[in-house]
Design a protein around this ligand. Structure first.
Ligand code: PLP
Length: 435
């Protein structure tokens, strides 16, 4: 892949045709990322796509065509996965705050597992299933007593709103007998996100499988499924290195082999968002203005925080620059230091603080690479009324528009304009009661 094109289509042409700011996904990268992992993982380990990372229905459908199943956490994600063609038997639904409507939809759709995260949720699900005359398949999300370091976000061993503490499950040996309408069938644990160490993933997996075995025996249900989480990272910043799928597969192999030998019927699930979609996406933005302020050069582009909060570093302790490059334009000349910002009226809206780029001019096209995960879906797209970006998927040399850019009308449609200047229409008695 050259720096300025995808599958023979130039970013310049794509930007001209679809406008900017624009998310462009390379279907070949999506496919090779999935296939390389698949070929190195133990065949019994199933890959579930976490729609949270990128809920676009076409990306979901493409991943599904490669073999991915779906992990969803909202009604909209559930509908997306089913419309993308994922069979209900290959959909799981975790989430700490599911609504009655979501639990009902899980039952009506017939998802493979409802991953329950509290005793209160078990009570509610039991009631809803009873009313509908159904038996709900339940996997318990556990907040493990242990933590393995090395993730961007450590989950185990801490007070969390996710899952049920391991010790509380230990203290409830009669749990499965309390509910007439639940069938306990699995254990789920998710240990964190942005993990870039193969050894940490293997160690997490070993401990989660042991935990699942122990808890299912203690609680007395057959282990139909264990979800070992995922949270595999990709390198964004200086000093980070991408995971090596071969090394990962090698580390997991004996652990999975031992478990499947003892549990030949148990489904093993790995749920991945970022790892599957991040590398395929480029956020293409166009330089609108260049200026200097107190000696610092600024390139002001049409994209930023509202589509890519992670790239501007909101939520991080230290702003570190996502990889950024010139997609079209850019004069030949010595590399300079540029601050690349967006159009929003907040100083946080900074894509890069000191990017080494050639001399820039208005009209040049820049790309934030590795941007296919947690972009618009995890950003304040309504901020300053800019709305969601257009998105394009390049597949087999053809560009497919997979999302329209929001218009001002789109943003105003759900709002009501009331005539607040008119006095309330006085009812026959209201004047009288006021006096
Ligand atoms: C966020 C989340 C994922 C996806 O995490 P990635 O780091 O994007 O792979 C999977 N499972 C659960 C329960 C999550 O909360």
């Amino acid at each position: 892949m050259s720096d300025t094109e995808i599958q023979g289509l130039t970013f310049a042409d794509l930007a001209r045709e679809h406008g900017t700011p624009l998310f462009v996904y390379d279907g070949d990268v999506l496919e090779s990322q999935y296939r390389r992992l698949r070929e190195h993982l133990h065949p019994r380990l199933e890959i579930f796509f976490s729609l949270k990372a990128n809920p676009n229905i076409s990306l979901c459908a493409l991943l599904h065509s490669l073999g991915a199943r779906a992990e969803v956490c909202s009604l909209a994600e559930l509908v997306t996965a089913t419309r993308a063609g994922v069979a209900p038997g290959d959909i799981i639904f975790p989430g700490p705050g599911k609504s009655p409507a979501e639990l009902t939809a899980c039952l009506d759709t017939g998802v493979y597992a409802i991953i329950c995260e509290s005793f209160g949720e078990l009570d509610l699900l039991d009631r809803i299933a009873g009313e509908r005359g159904l038996i709900a398949p339940v996997a318990l999300r556990v907040n493990p007593a242990f933590a393995v370091k090395g993730s961007g976000l450590t989950m185990g061993g801490k007070p969390r709103q996710f899952g049920i503490d391991e010790v509380q499950l230990d203290a409830a040996p009669d749990l499965v007998h309390r509910y007439r309408n639940l069938r306990f069938m699995g254990i789920h644990a998710y240990m964190g996100t942005r993990i870039l160490d193969e050894g940490v993933i293997a160690e997490n997996t070993r401990r989660i499988l042991a935990l699942a075995q122990r808890l299912s025996e203690r609680l007395g249900f057959a282990l139909e499924m264990v979800d070992i989480g995922g949270g595999l990272g990709v390198a964004y910043f200086d000093g980070e290195r991408d995971l090596d799928p071969a090394l990962l597969g090698e580390g997991l192999e004996p652990i999975i082999a031992e478990f499947t030998a003892a549990h030949p019927e148990t489904r093993l699930v790995m749920e991945l968002g970022r790892y599957l979609t991040a590398l395929a996406g480029t956020y293409a933005v166009r330089v609108r203005y260049v200026k200097t302020s107190l000696g610092q050069q600024f390139a002001i582009t049409d994209g930023g925080t509202h589509h890519h909060m992670a790239a501007v570093g909101i939520g991080s302790f230290v702003k570190r620059d996502f990889p950024l490059r010139v997609l079209a334009g850019g004069e030949t000349g010595p590399v300079e230091s540029w601050t690349v910002t967006g159009p929003l009226c907040t100083p946080n809206d900074t894509l890069a603080k000191h990017a080494a780029l050639p001399p820039l001019r208005p009209g040049d096209l820049l790309g934030v690479t590795r941007s296919g995960a947690y972009g618009p879906t995890a950003s304040p797209v309504l901020f300053l009324g800019h709305g969601g970006p257009a998105e394009v998927l390049v597949h087999h040399g053809r560009a497919y528009r997979i999302r329209e850019r929001d218009t001002a009308e789109d943003l105003l449609r759900p709002q009501y304009l009331h005539d607040l200047t008119a006095r309330a229409v006085p009812g026959p008695t209201s004047e009288g009661t006021e006096q």
